[in-house]
Design a protein around this ligand. Structure first.
Ligand SMILES: Cc1ncc(COP(=O)(O)O)c(C=O)c1O
Length: 467
């Protein structure tokens, strides 16, 4: 009685990424009420700087009280439903995005489309750029939500660009070419490449070299590039963030075809820590895309009171400057806590400079270097250790043993508890393994001893019979 899409599992909700969340919901850790519960480390949420937003709200009561210069704007906001968005908000958002990019890129508010988060922005772009029979190439590992956001309703296919740990999961030309050929083999038309910069789950920003590779490839193949820059405001360490738009400008490609084939996605869910407000956007130099996406944004508008509140917050330049700096400082400190906690447990992370997570190498804890072992390890860490972390396979990583661990959605104390649990676990795996190895050695020694005795016995028998 239902549509195929409503009744099938093609939204990807059965991935271990989402199953881990469900397990956490059943038994969430609480320092006092449930100290043996599961610690949620599979959620890329930023709770480190909410106090800064709260103190801004306290100092700016008009914004929350629907007032402008003391006068009520309630009626104005209650009736406003223009899908172009509030001009004041779009101006403030465009300037905030430029500030994150150290004003190396300017954004024209007329080329900006408001959406209900980046989820909606990415899907809307897929609708505008591709359809059934088309594909987008995505570097692996990638954000597990993309299987739902990019494919489910649009019927566009994702073809992975397999990146490897041997070069820190950087994009290479052979990997790009291989993915492109794979799409052709599958009878799919490649419409573009979608990158997440800085990457979720790697926590690294793209180098200029990588961006240039991608641009040259997209120019040669005449395809689009969608750059999801949702984590751009979280870059807390060198190298600086380079937006795709900046890389194109540096190559003086503003007046070329390629300029109208780049599309940037952003949202306030990560650096500002406001996923519940559902504020995202698409920025495109392609007029047709802007016009179509604006019409489609009717399906997921940002409410006018949210736009009003945030236009006041983001146009307070003194606040945004301070917020960005302080938030990055806190993220960096928190990331270092995670890295050193894991280091104490003998676990290494990929070197990172951004994001709300680390990409963690647990290959040495696998019983065999397979995805079955990775799943076994993930289940043990979730069920026995009580940590929800995301296995690399849920991010389509091509090598088993990598996990994404989030650090910004909990208190320092909870992170401390998680680090103690993982240390105990890693030590137990290693000592079990050492015990097994020494039992094995003992077994070999015993067998050798028996064998020697047997040989000795044979030779004495021989000698005796010779006599
Ligand atoms: C790369 C990426 N894109 C999009 C999203 C969705 O974000 P939003 O809350 O703005 O819809 C996420 C959320 O984790 C993400 O990591």
């Amino acid at each position: 009685m239902l549509s195929y899409k409503a009744s099938s599992d093609s939204h990807g909700q059965d991935s271990s990424y989402f199953i881990g969340w469900q397990e956490y919901e059943k038994n969430p850790y609480h320092q006092l009420h449930n100290p043996n519960g599961i610690v949620q480390m599979g959620l890329a949420e930023n709770q480190l700087s909410l106090d800064l937003l709260e103190s801004w709200l306290e100092n700016n009561p008009d914004s929350l009280g629907f007032k402008r210069n003391g006068e009520s704007v309630f009626r104005e906001l209650a009736l406003f439903q223009d899908y172009h968005g509030l001009p004041a908000f779009k101006n403030a958002l465009a300037e905030y995005m430029a500030e994150i990019r150290r004003n190396k890129v300017k954004f024209d508010p007329n080329k900006l489309v408001l959406t209900a988060g980046s989820t909606s922005a990415n899907e809307t772009l897929m609708f505008c750029l591709a359809e059934r029979g088309d594909a987008f190439l995505l570097p692996t590992p990638y954000y597990p939500g993309f299987d739902r956001d990019l494919k489910w309703r649009t019927e566009v296919e994702i073809v992975p660009i397999h990146c490897s740990s041997s070069n820190g999961f950087r994009i290479t030309i052979p990997a790009l070419e291989k993915a492109y050929q794979k799409a052709i083999e599958l009878d799919l038309k490649v419409k573009g490449i979608l990158i997440v910069n800085p990457s979720n789950p790697l926590g690294t920003s793209m180098t200029r070299y990588e961006l240039n590779l991608l641009i040259s490839f997209a120019m040669a193949k005449q395809v689009h590039i969608v750059s999801d820059e949702i984590f751009s405001g979280t870059v807390f360490d060198c190298p600086h963030f380079i937006s795709l738009a900046e890389a194109l400008m540096d190559r003086q490609l503003e007046n070329t075809d390629m300029w109208s084939r780049i599309h940037i996605v952003y949202s306030l869910s990560k650096d500002l820590g406001l996923p519940g407000f559902r504020v995202g956007m698409i920025y495109s130099n392609n007029e047709t895309v802007v016009s179509a996406a604006t019409k489609m944004s009717s399906f997921g508008l940002v409410s006018s009171q949210t736009q009003y509140l945030l236009s006041n917050m983001l146009s307070d330049k003194k606040f945004t400057g301070k917020y960005l700096k302080e938030n990055q400082k806190r993220l960096k400190k928190r990331k270092q806590m995670l890295v050193s906690g894991l280091h104490n447990a003998g676990i290494r992370c990929l070197k990172s400079n951004a994001g709300l997570f680390c990409w963690v190498d647990m290959r040495h804890l696998l019983s065999t270097q397979t995805f079955e072992s990775e799943k076994e390890l993930w289940k043990k860490i979730l069920g026995e250790v009580g940590l929800n972390i995301s296995p690399g396979s849920s991010c389509h990583c091509s090598e088993p043993g990598w996990f994404r661990i989030c650090f910004a959605n909990m208190s320092e104390e909870t992170l401390g508890v998680a680090m103690e649990r993982i240390k105990d676990f890693a030590e137990s795996v290693t000592s079990n393994r050492n015990r097994n190895i020494s039992t094995y050695h003992q077994m070999i020694c015993d067998q050798r001893l028996l064998f020697n005795k047997w040989v000795f016995k044979l030779s004495t028998n021989d000698r005796e019979s010779d006599r």
